[in-house]
Design a protein around this ligand. Sequence first.
Ligand SMILES: Nc1ncnc2c1ncn2[C@@H]1O[C@H](COP(=O)(O)OP(=O)(O)OP(=O)(O)O)[C@@H](O)[C@H]1O
Length: 273
Amino acid sequence: MTQTGAPEPDGETIICVRGLKNAFGEQVVHDDLDLDVRRGEILGVVGGSGTGKSVLMRSIIGLQPPVAGDVRVFGEPTADRDEEDTIAIRKRWGVLFQGGALFSTLTVAENVQVPLKEFYPKLAPALLDQIANYKVVMTGLPAEAGPKYPSELSGGMKKRAGLARALALDPELLFLDEPTAGLDPIGAAAFDELTKSLQRSLGLTVFLITHDLDTLHAICDRVAVLADKKVIAVGTIDELLALDHPWIQEYFNGPRGRAAVDSADRHAAREEA
Ligand SMILES: Nc1ncnc2c1ncn2[C@@H]1O[C@H](COP(=O)(O)OP(=O)(O)OP(=O)(O)O)[C@@H](O)[C@H]1O
């Protein structure tokens, strides 16, 4: 586990952030932030509201130019690249932004086709339809959801449609920004299970921003905690609980944290039975 700083990255480090600084005018959001994400893990990213989880994700995927620091994904820098390099690296990840961010004037299938058309403009329409339909079903949506518009879908279905679009290019790496926000507990648990099963079956690495303690307990291999403009700790929940940090103790050991542990225990008992 890393409490401060980070080890030298090894070959299995998919995302490597060193000395990251982000600021908006006078407001410094990150200062000397380090983080490693390992191949094949689901890394949960937590922190109080406004601590810069989404800004960190945007920096990693090259949408937020940092003031200082080095961000590498698959060993390649993601900032200040020429267009060809940017395209080559962006093809290898999928992103589900906060709120899903589906295009409301496009059907679900057309939404899934957006990255396909962007990165593979010569794909034949029949193949585009075939891939989109496959991705829709892969995320647990009925095939009939393909021709529907986002406004015709439930909140949970919209999240799945967003996930289908994030998976359009068969990514190795998936970024999920608060994917279960706004879902009821049953819908959220179902989405967690979907994330876990896709991670296993597709061998994905997942960077998952969440406030959902149930999600952390259910599917995350490790959790990174953002506070004081840095990643103050990374580890399993048990490792984090061993740290004497007030925010970490309050977060995981407060009433909601304990309820999440009970829920995870009940779930494990049901699985065993
Ligand atoms: N484009 C921007 N311009 C100015 N300030 C910004 C911009 N994007 C983010 N910020 C600021 O950076 C800080 C971190 O924002 P961010 O959205 O990353 O927080 P967060 O940890 O994801 O919060 P939440 O859990 O509430 O979603 C906030 O104070 C926010 O207002």
